[in-house]
Design a binder for this molecule. Sequence first.
Ligand code: FDA
Length: 303
Amino acid sequence: MIKSLLLYMSDQPRLQQMATKMEVSRRVARRFVAGESTDDAIRAILTLNKSGFTATLDYLGENITKLEEASHATHEYVSAVDKIQQASADSNVSLKLTQFGLALDEAACALNAEKVVQRAAGFNNFVRIDMEGSAFTDPTLRVFTALRMKYENVGIVIQAYLFRSEKDIEDMLQLKSRIRLCKGAYKEPPEISFKKKSDTDANYIKLMKILLKSGIYHGIATHDPHMIQATKEFVRQENIGKNEFEFQMLYGIRRDLQEKLIHEGYRLRIYVPYGEEWYSYLMRRMAERPANLMFVVRNLFRG
Ligand code: FDA
């Protein structure tokens, strides 16, 4: 109930306008978002690198309404790739295709995304294409597939809560694609997605095994101790090295688990979001764990 409400709120422009003006929500956002500028984000990444984490940079903003906004995002990402290189930061980038114009003009979006992939290729760096709500699954896979046919340094995300994901993984593995597996963060109808957490979790484990047996370097993105344990057991059993895959987690979430994994010698990449458009991102994080609302309440009562 609370989860649905928060996911609904994540999509409401009026609420977004209000929240981004309030000091308290800005304060809460800073727990999960590295800052508003690229320089803030690079600073956060360098600090993470010192503690043994790699990173992936995400410039927040999605569902744009004009192609000029897509050009702005493209420019921001190309410049972020340059700044990562200049700072010798150990980070790649993650992008959402709706921010590049997917809902407005698929061909223009593909060209925009290609500019980032091409720039990253010049530095031997990597671009991950995030997966959004199910209305965008097919177009996202189409744009990704076209890019993957031309470039090695681009990967995709697959969401375990969708029924279709096993088949999508099969197709993406045919292209030898690097995949990030996550549970999925959007509100999806029961006709196409698992509704029970236990079903999503069982599918996550099934897909994790398919990925890790493929011999390709994938990302296992989760904060769920059960998913992490299942992954550790599987790689041990299959003799898969700790450097043949990576765990991935979000900035500011389960920092205890993040440190533990590094301490145990696993690879862990932190997803570092930054930018002024942090509202939808923050609401999805709240929806995943309504207990985070207590963090908001505590901040409300701080001077
Ligand atoms: P789950 O939600 O079952 O939570 C398990 C445990 O993890 C909780 O009990 C809690 O301890 C901890 N936890 C989880 N979320 C928390 C939070 N917000 N705050 C505090 N604790 C929390 N989704 C998507 O649809 N498309 C995408 O491209 C991506 N990309 C992506 C990249 C990376 C690096 C990560 C880690 C995640 C994504 N996601 C995503 C989000 C993903 O789909 C999912 O919504 C969240 O990771 C939460 O799911 P968990 O696997 O963590 O488990």
